[in-house]
Design a protein around this ligand. Structure first.
Ligand code: G3H
Length: 256
């Protein structure tokens, strides 16, 4: 059974005070047992948020991490620094990091491997640009990104992954993918996982859709059994809108 996931990616928004305010305005009790609810906050807010959300069942995630345990990597944060805080998830390979911070398929592979080694759940992002979609290269690129990220993992490790299909052109634009397009690519991603491992692993991996998901369109994405939840940027910043996303996912429950 795959548990639905709603993961908020706050990106570079909210001071620590604002982050704590968010949780003072919203009530998640009773929903987080049905939905894996994750808030991926800026590094500086992580310690306070782990403490703040302890009793609520909300998981706190990072938006990036280095793959090494420690070392002379100025400005970086290691996986063990995250787990020591009680952080449980880490977004890996978000398209903004690929585009602005030179993340490559290889660094995504190293980070995915390292996150799993440290018992962090990686939320690995894949997706094509508009230009690539128009050139008919979506499947080829997404497959490349997925295969690179999961190379060398055991079946047991692969089952612990969360993948997120985020078409770059849908991020922060208000123009989400159609449910049909998102379903089609996500089905293809699941097949790519099956090709690398087997159908049982593919059936267990959670695959989310991300890109302009909002309270008024999430239901249509969750109506399909193929999509296991959402990675949400803008709409995760507002407490009532994020709570609504979790509520819709909670009504749906587990997927077979
Ligand atoms: O990680 C989240 C995505 O980049 C989606 O952002 P968005 O919901 O603002 O389009």
């Amino acid at each position: 059974m795959r548990k639905s996931v709603i993961a908020g990616n706050w990106k570079m928004y909210k001071t620590v005070t604002e982050a704590l305010e968010f949780f003072s305005k919203v009530e998640f009790a009773g929903k987080t047992d049905r939905v894996e609810t994750v808030v991926c906050a800026p590094f500086v807010a992580l310690p306070a948020l782990v403490q703040e959300t302890k009793a609520s069942g909300i998981r706190i995630g990072a938006q990036n991490m280095h793959w090494e345990e420690e070392g002379a990597y100025t400005g970086e944060i290691s996986p063990s620094m995250l787990t020591a805080l009680g952080v449980t998830h880490a977004i890996i390979g978000h398209s903004e990091r690929r585009a602005y911070f030179a993340e490559t398929d290889e660094s995504v592979r190293l980070k995915t491997r390292s996150a799993l080694d440290h018992q962090l759940t990686p939320i690995v992002c894949v997706g094509e640009t508009l230009e690539e979609r128009e050139a008919g290269r979506t499947r080829e690129l997404v497959r490349e990104q997925v295969v690179a990220a999961i190379r060398g993992l055991s079946s047991e490790e692969a089952c612990r992954l969360i993948l997120a299909y985020e078409p770059v052109w849908a991020i922060g634009t208000g123009r989400s993918a159609t449910v049909e397009d998102a379903t089609d690519v996500i089905r293809f991603i699941r097949k790519s996982v099956a090709d690398q491992f087997d159908q049982q692993v593919a059936n267990e991996v959670r695959i989310l859709y991300g890109g302009s998901v909002k309270p008024d369109n999430i239901q249509s994405f969750l109506d399909t059994d193929e999509i296991d939840g959402a990675l949400v940027g803008g709409a995760s910043l507002d407490p009532s809108s994020f709570a609504r996303l979790v509520e819709v996912a909670a009504q749906r429950g587990d997927l077979g």
